[in-house]
Design a protein around this ligand. Structure first.
Ligand code: DGY
Length: 348
């Protein structure tokens, strides 16, 4: 699909993206926009080399693609200056290789913060109240009437929510759980973010002024402290060498037997095979997963676990957010092509 065929700059999007704002803004600035409609979900490096062709000024790509040496070299040979991931995470991008070829790299933070935090909250509730299990029970025609023991789950109010990684998304999630469900908070953040401190202090004062029971909060000095103390834990770190298998067999073992673990960050942050064993051995332990170690696959056994809620990497999937991500990605590429500082450069 080609828009504005005579445009001066050739910008390729490896996938159709939501909305038209991103297309219009590129066209308005003199770009020819080419959108790939190949009928396969994940494009190979070879597919993308073909798309780049002989002349290409910039590419908007997806987190399922392997943006490394081969692609940046091909883009550079085609005269390209910019690549933007349509994602905030960029573990699929070799930023060093991009730098080597003087290609700017962009990502799309900010517009997905609340949407992603809302999915983490949804998974937390779905796991706590066994919603998916109960839904399956109804659909299977098994409901014979109200029973005192039917699908008894966890009350979140007054329990402790643990957040690992208190950046934009982790902090938004923490606020939702503390404000919405009056949970106590414990969090651990490598980067010493002060976002949450300010919020919880102000919120504590508000509760006090209104005569309501205050929530407690603390910044943990280790991840283990969070894992040991929290009833519900949500993971929000970036994926890099230091966070690969951050939650492993040993760390699962120190969590409460009835804890809930939620992951909307990246799959490899959890050792998924160890998680499956843990779920099997601890039926009261529950998880809500949006991401998997080797997407699109799940580790054997996970799909059979009643104590797991699984969804296909949809944390940022609201219409507003996805259109915003597409627009930011287009702005990133455009900014560089036109010689402006790139909009969102994860290098900075
Ligand atoms: C991201 O942006 O990194 C998410 O995983 C997809 O929205």
């Amino acid at each position: 699909e080609v828009y504005n065929p005579n445009g001066k700059y050739r910008v390729v999007s490896t996938k159709p993206m939501p909305g038209t704002r991103w297309i219009n803004l590129l066209i308005d600035q003199g770009c020819r926009v080419e959108i790939c409609h190949l009928k396969k979900t994940i494009l190979s490096v070879e597919d993308i080399v073909d798309l780049i062709g002989d002349k290409c000024d910039g590419v908007i790509g997806q987190l399922t693609e392997d943006w490394g040496e081969t692609l940046f070299s091909a883009l550079s040979k085609a005269g390209g200056k910019a690549f933007s991931n349509m994602a905030v995470g960029y573990n699929n991008v070799d930023v060093e290789a991009a730098n080597k070829y003087n290609i700017a790299v962009g990502n799309t933070p900010g517009v997905l913060t609340e949407t992603t935090a809302e999915l983490a909250a949804s998974l937390s509730l779905a796991a706590a109240r066994r919603i998916v299990e109960a839904d399956g029970f109804m659909r299977a025609g098994l409901y014979e009437g109200w029973l005192p023991h039917l699908f008894v789950g966890n009350l979140l109010k007054g329990q402790t929510v643990g957040v690992i990684g208190a950046g934009r998304i982790g902090s938004a999630y923490a606020r939702m759980m503390v404000e919405g469900f009056k949970m106590n908070l414990i969090y651990y953040d490598l980067y010493q973010s002060t976002r949450l401190e300010k919020f919880v202090t102000a919120y504590g004062q508000f509760l006090k002024a209104n005569g309501e029971q205050p929530v407690t909060w603390k910044r943990a000095s280790s991840m283990e402290e969070v894992l040991r103390e929290a009833d519900l834990i949500s993971l929000h770190p970036v994926l890099d060498k230091t966070t690969y298998h951050l939650v492993n067999k040993e760390r699962l073992a120190i969590m409460k037997k009835e804890a809930i673990l939620v992951n909307c960050s990246r799959g490899p942050v959890i050792d998924e095979a160890a998680l499956v064993d843990h779920l099997r051995e601890n039926p009261m332990f529950r998880v809500g997963l949006d991401v998997f170690e080797e997407e699109p696959f799940m580790k054997p056994g996970l799909a059979d676990m009643k104590n797991a809620v699984v969804v296909p990497h949809i944390a940022s999937a609201s219409k507003w957010t996805r259109e915003g991500m597409a627009t930011l990605a287009a702005l990133n590429v455009l900014g560089r092509i036109k010689g402006y500082p790139i909009w969102n450069d994860p290098n900075r």
